[in-house]
Ligand binder design. Sequence first.
Ligand code: ATP
Ligand code: MG
Length: 427
Amino acid sequence: MIRRLRMVDFKVFHDQELHFKPGTTAIVGPNGSGKTSILEAIEFALFRGVTRKEKAIKKVEELIRHSQRKAKVELDFVAPVNRREYRVVRTIHPGETNADLFQMGKMEPEVSDPKRVDAEVVRLLGIDRNAFSALTYVRQGEIFKLSRDFPSKRRSSLYSMMGLGVYEDAGKKVGTQAKTFGSEADQIDAARNELTQVKDILPTRDEIESALKALVEIEKEIGSRELLDELRRVVMRVDKSLSSVEDELASPRMTQRPEELREESELANHLKSILDAIPDIAEKQLRPHIREEARSLFREIFGDRYSDLVIDDDYDVTLFDIQGNEVPLKAASGGEDVCVNFALRVAVNTALQKYSIAGPPPGLIILDEPGAGLDEERRRWLPDAVQGLQAVEQVIVVTHMSELKGATDQIISLTPQGKGRQPLVET
Ligand SMILES: Nc1ncnc2c1ncn2[C@@H]1O[C@H](COP(=O)(O)OP(=O)(O)OP(=O)(O)O)[C@@H](O)[C@H]1O
Ligand SMILES: [Mg+2]
């Protein structure tokens, strides 16, 4: 949950502080007044980047207010993992960004350095930037994304929404580790073979001993030490080589390690198959709840025209009209498409909130202009739908339409003040 946002020289804002409460908040204002900018400041504070049209913007410097040299955002949020409050502070300078993460009330940052702050924020939120995009922040004009994706893409978007991408990633990592263990064991085996071959070429201990005895005999016979000393040194060197080859072959690295590595590799493979199975299991467990939530939300909104919304195993959506005729989603109108997407997202969020086996979801939904493309009649459901998001702790809806006025617990209203001046913000 988000508590407070401060933007300094961030896009249109010179220095603006906003306080957010649990429940629903509408951010209203005319085109270009800075509504989306507020959402971008939240995203930047959390993830050090801003996504537009499904791509990260290349230069975060463009977020610095025109003719200023640096921008700063501060975001206070409650971490879903431990319910503690944190403040993340990031600044943008040309060519670099800085970051600090504080536990609320502490003077010293817990973590500094942008990359480490990124990682800690992901840990605290329990979701990464992809999951945030899929689950939490529905960007302007992207509400259709879910229903228009191909089934396989839709499935992976939903996995990511359910926070299950982490298991896939972890599974891959563990699989790589298993391979590394395996090939390390193979390498040791190869080295042992080579050493065994070397040992075969070297004379045996008995042969060395007889050579030394022979040298003593010869010494007695001819009485000349010089040549014999030289020969003895050679034999001793051979003896030393033999000892070191034998020691190495008998060392734990050669005898036990390959077996240990193979055992570890087997364990890692086993773990991988468990990790690989979790998303499917979790998804199967959630699927009926998602179906139910989406269906009831959709019927609430469209009950006058449709009797049912059915989601199949590929998350393909079919609507049924009042007479019970099947209406494939492709044949539905743009506005209806928006409603299906809205219903799906809200359903995933609600189902997760109620039944998640992974950590709790961030308890936040951000919708940028969810009503765009809806006709007058359809827009009337927006307030109800927004109020109906009870299961989600905090909902922030951006709109320049008047429909939502009065429907949310809090309103942040932006009024442009002319070129180069920050908008007037009223709450
Ligand atoms: N670096 C910047 N410095 C100052 N102003 C900027 C900067 N970058 C963008 N802007 C301006 O910020 C304004 C606000 O944009 P924003 O997308 O937040 O508006 P919005 O309220 O979401 O509008 P809409 O209703 O059309 O979606 C735009 O007029 C844009 O030109
Ligand atoms: Mg906007």
